[in-house]
Design a protein around this ligand. Structure first.
Ligand SMILES: Cc1cc2nc3c(=O)[nH]c(=O)nc-3n(C[C@H](O)[C@H](O)[C@H](O)COP(=O)(O)OP(=O)(O)OC[C@H]3O[C@@H](n4cnc5c(N)ncnc54)[C@H](O)[C@@H]3O)c2cc1C
Length: 359
């Protein structure tokens, strides 16, 4: 029997951040993950943005989440020796109506988005923008994390340490004992599930109300000159890859068809949104789609099972796994080991009354 304190199921952005916090605090763990070639984390843009443009508000808990993510991904970068995982890039948000210019002036005057947005540029920004664009704001403390690089490097790291069990966990083989759990040849003090959208197959937590969202992202080649020193955000996100003139363009939102198949319609949607703002001709190099694990109230869902005290959940990263996972992984580890508190908005308990039925 292999003995460990924590058995983690699922190695995406959520699982990696959990492992990282456990390792930092000197706690032992093993991970079961089937290492797919496509998943939300593998294709995620990796963007973190402390501002919700639609409502011109700070993103939920942005003041706490941004410093936490910068710390965690910098540490992971050092641990894995990836060198350049985290890219703090400004987000340029083009503005195309006078009303919107006025609204932004108000937001800035009230300091609602401080320190992330401090001013508005009332002219067309330099670059290949269409005549629709009349002004812009720039968001500071934003950027992106090269999540695919992180995930592939982290799988390798765990494999070298002998911490990765590469297979799909069969829930029916899980044995819940008096004071521990057993899974095949592993004995653990607890199991933490972070299977993303596959929570629907987890018999212990499939009652948690998720509303998964399919998303598509493109890799495109820009045939016209386009600065690679920022993220463009205007109902689409466009940001540079490590290759010259090659950018990522994302992402779509689809709630009805939940497969991982890229569609022509989604590609067209992304290209036509980009075309409205940028006078750039793009060639599609690659199309990818996956499912985001989104909860009905769009908050993460973490905590302990109401009846089985050795079963934990770390999921619901939704559209913002990059920002949310570092802060809440720390919180969950603190909850488990130091009796720390869970944020009420993220705590699994919020769904107990309406959604959990005792066996
Ligand atoms: C197109 C697109 C663009 C996105 N862009 C961004 C972005 O720019 N910024 C951002 O913050 N977020 C973005 N997201 C959202 C982000 O991808 C998610 O928040 C995040 O990836 C969720 O991570 P996760 O670890 O919870 O789930 P996943 O990435 O799905 O990982 C779960 C893992 O668990 C494994 N697993 C499941 N069940 C089992 C089992 N029984 N046994 C073993 N293994 C199992 C899965 O195979 C997988 O490896 C994007 C998503 C999409 C689809």
């Amino acid at each position: 029997m292999r003995e460990t304190e924590n058995l983690i199921v699922g190695l995406g952005i959520a699982g990696i951040n959990l492992c990282h916090q456990l390792e930092k605090t000197g706690k032992s763990f093993l991970v079961v993950d089937n290492c797919p070639t496509n998943s939300a984390s593998l294709i995620a843009g990796g963007i973190y943005n402390p501002v919700v443009f639609k409502r011109k508000l700070k993103s939920w808990k942005a003041d706490e989440l941004v410093p936490s993510l910068v710390e965690s991904y910098t540490e992971l970068d050092e641990r894995l020796g990836i060198n350049s995982l985290l890219h703090p890039f400004p987000i340029l948000k083009p503005i195309s109506s006078k009303d919107e210019v006025h609204e932004w002036h108000q937001v800035i005057a009230e300091g609602r988005l401080s320190p992330f947005v401090e001013s508005i540029e009332e002219r067309k920004p330099t670059g290949p923008f269409t005549d629709e664009v009349i002004a812009s704001v720039t968001i500071k403390s934003a950027g992106f994390v090269r999540i695919e690089n992180l995930l592939l490097a982290y799988r390798k790291y765990l494999k070298q340490k002998g911490f990765l069990i590469k297979k799909a966990l069969d829930y029916s083989k899980l044995k819940l004992k008096e004071s521990e759990i057993e899974y095949e040849d592993v004995k653990a003090e607890r199991i933490i599930f972070s299977e993303g959208r596959y929570i629907s197959e987890n018999p212990f937590f499939n009652w948690v109300p998720f509303k998964p969202t399919k998303g598509q992202i493109l890799t495109v080649k820009a045939h016209d000159s386009l600065s690679a020193d920022r993220i463009y955000n205007q109902q689409f996100l466009l940001f540079p890859t490590e290759e010259k003139n090659i950018f990522k363009l994302g992402a779509t939102y689809e709630w009805n068809v939940l497969d991982e198949v890229p569609t022509k319609e989604a590609t067209e949607e992304l290209l036509s949104k980009a075309k409205k703002t940028l006078n750039v001709s793009f060639e599609v190099v690659e199309e990818k789609a996956a499912i985001r694990p989104t909860v009905v109230d769009r908050r993460p869902v973490i905590g302990v099972h109401p009846e089985h005290k050795y079963l934990f959940l770390f999921n619901g990263m939704g559209t913002k796994g990059v920002m949310i996972a570092p802060y809440f992984a720390k919180q969950l580890v603190d909850f488990i080991y130091n009796d720390g508190e869970l944020d009420a908005e993220a705590n699994l308990n919020r769904f107990l009354r309406r959604h959990y039925k005792k066996d």
